[in-house]
Ligand binder design. Structure first.
Ligand code: SF4
Length: 469
């Protein structure tokens, strides 16, 4: 043959290898999934929406509480039954059973490989081994169509930004450090570049996550990095200020999660008071009584949290505080529990979640004396939630009649029949929503992923009802 194509290698099948992906767990696990999916895409793998259509399935697991462990193990079992070729990653992958064997492998010995969390390269190595992608000399040099921010599993208008991995604390009820290791902060330049890429791709709300956002940079001694040719310290305040500046250029929101009440957090409040970042703090207090906090070995357990909250409110009256608590921790007396209820009433926390204490395999709290009956733990959780709901409903009612900015998560009927959105006070998935009525004016429509002004007309449980104006 003497034509132009005679030197080209033979054509290969056009079907790219298909990978099924199941992502379980918290937003931190979700960002791990996004990294793996981005890498798979960059290497030419495609994702399959069904077990049957996949050549291999990756399950990203959660191992935090018993229910999550069960869900993860069930999902692995389902993937093995439906597909047969399964790679497991995530927190459960790092867990051992009572004999020191890998828990996943001892229950599901047929899995092809198991890794812990935050292990993109290890997962990719396992994928290469069990589902090698055929080399395509035409396509392998062509960059894939992945945005600079990578693949996101969230809707286009909001995204999680993970600023660090792991945790230096050793809370006695928690096994995350044994699964995710000590704190490793991402270089500040990388974090800011990812944030900018996300805003450029249309993200209107950036949710900063980590295990301990206020500890950002501790492991690298708050090293100075560079962004946009300028030096920036790797510290929560400087990071948040710079994120706020970038977000302002795109008219977007920045929301902070998992902030511990260290004194340094006080420095963030003026940024919230001026509206540069959302006046919303997700602070996992877990308890209020100093002795319980000591038994929990909580970070910032010596801080006077109530005084601190009142001072934040003085400086930034609109601040919304979300928190999580544990009722019935080992040794919790009725007086300590009552202290927690009083704290809740005085602190007037806006959004709270509460778990009845449940022993987690491998946690040091299991060795503490004074395990409380399951029934009593649950009874305390119920009492706590009753008070929490009263506070939350009272605070929500104060919003009726006000005008608020809402980010529309879903608009119906071309934006003419209302939809669902959130105000600065509501983080996606964990807080309430605003049920949007059809817009007041016939000419007005609302659009998914865009902001709209809304008049709050009623409350509905933990949610609000609003009229786009
Ligand atoms: S701060 Fe405590 S609860 Fe949070 S990840 Fe670290 S050890 Fe676990």
């Amino acid at each position: 043959m003497n034509n132009a194509t005679s030197n080209l290698p033979p054509k290969k099948s056009s079907r790219a290898p298909q990978v099924g992906f199941v992502s379980l767990g918290c937003p931190k696990a979700l960002t791990d999934s996004e990294l793996i999916l981005t890498q798979l895409n960059a290497e030419g793998y495609e994702t399959s929406k069904s077990y049957a259509g996949a050549d291999l399935v990756i399950v990203n697991t959660c191992g935090f509480i018993d229910d999550a462990v069960k869900e993860s193990l069930d999902t692995i079992g389902e993937a093995l039954a439906e597909n047969g070729k399964v790679i497991v990653t995530g927190c459960l992958g790092a867990k051992q059973d009572g004999d020191g064997q890998n828990l996943v492998q001892s229950i599901h010995p047929r899995v092809l490989a198991v890794t812990g969390p935050h292990a993109t390269q290890e997962v990719m190595n396992a994928v290469h081994l069990h589902l090698p992608k055929a080399h395509d000399p035409y396509l392998d040099l062509v960059p894939r169509s992945v945005s600079a921010a990578g693949i996101k599993l969230t809707p286009k208008h909001f995204a999680y930004l993970k600023i660090s991995e792991g945790c230096n604390h050793r809370c006695t009820f928690c096994i995350i450090p044994s699964m995710r290791g000590d704190l490793v902060s991402r270089p500040i330049g990388d974090v800011l570049a990812e944030a900018k890429a996300l805003f450029e791709s249309g993200v209107k709300e950036l949710l900063v996550i980590s295990q301990d956002t206020s500890a950002y940079g501790v492991d690298i001694k708050y090293r100075t990095g560079f962004w946009d040719g300028k030096p920036v310290r790797s510290r929560t305040l400087e990071l948040t200020e710079t994120l706020a500046t970038i977000a302002e250029a795109y008219g977007a929101w920045v929301r902070l999660h998992y902030v511990y009440p260290y004194p340094s957090v006080d420095e963030l409040i003026p940024l919230m008071a001026t509206g540069r970042v959302l006046p919303y703090l997700d602070v996992p207090f877990q308890h209020s009584h100093p002795d319980v906090l000591k038994r929990m070995k909580r970070p910032a357990s010596g801080e006077r949290n109530l005084e601190r909250i009142l001072a934040w409110r003085k400086l930034c009256p609109e601040i919304v505080i979300r928190s999580t608590f544990i009722a019935g921790f080992p040794g919790e007396t009725e007086a300590e529990f009552q202290h927690l209820l009083d704290f809740l009433k005085e602190a007037e926390l806006d959004r709270v979640g509460c778990f009845a204490y449940s022993p987690v395999e491998g946690a040091t709290a299991n060795d503490l004396p004074g395990l409380i009956d399951k029934e009593q733990r649950e009874e305390r959780r119920d009492r706590f939630m009753k008070v929490a709901e009263e506070v939350s409903v009272r605070k929500l009612q104060k919003r009726v009649g006000s005008t608020m900015q809402v980010l529309v998560d879903k608009a119906t009927a071309m934006g003419r029949q209302g939809g669902v959105g959130r105000t600065y006070a509501d983080a996606p998935e964990i807080d309430g929503v605003v049920h949007l009525l059809p817009p007041q004016k016939i000419s007005k429509t609302i659009k998914t992923g865009e902001f709209t002004k809304v008049q709050i007309v009623a409350t509905q449980g933990h949610d609000l009802v609003g009229l786009p104006i």
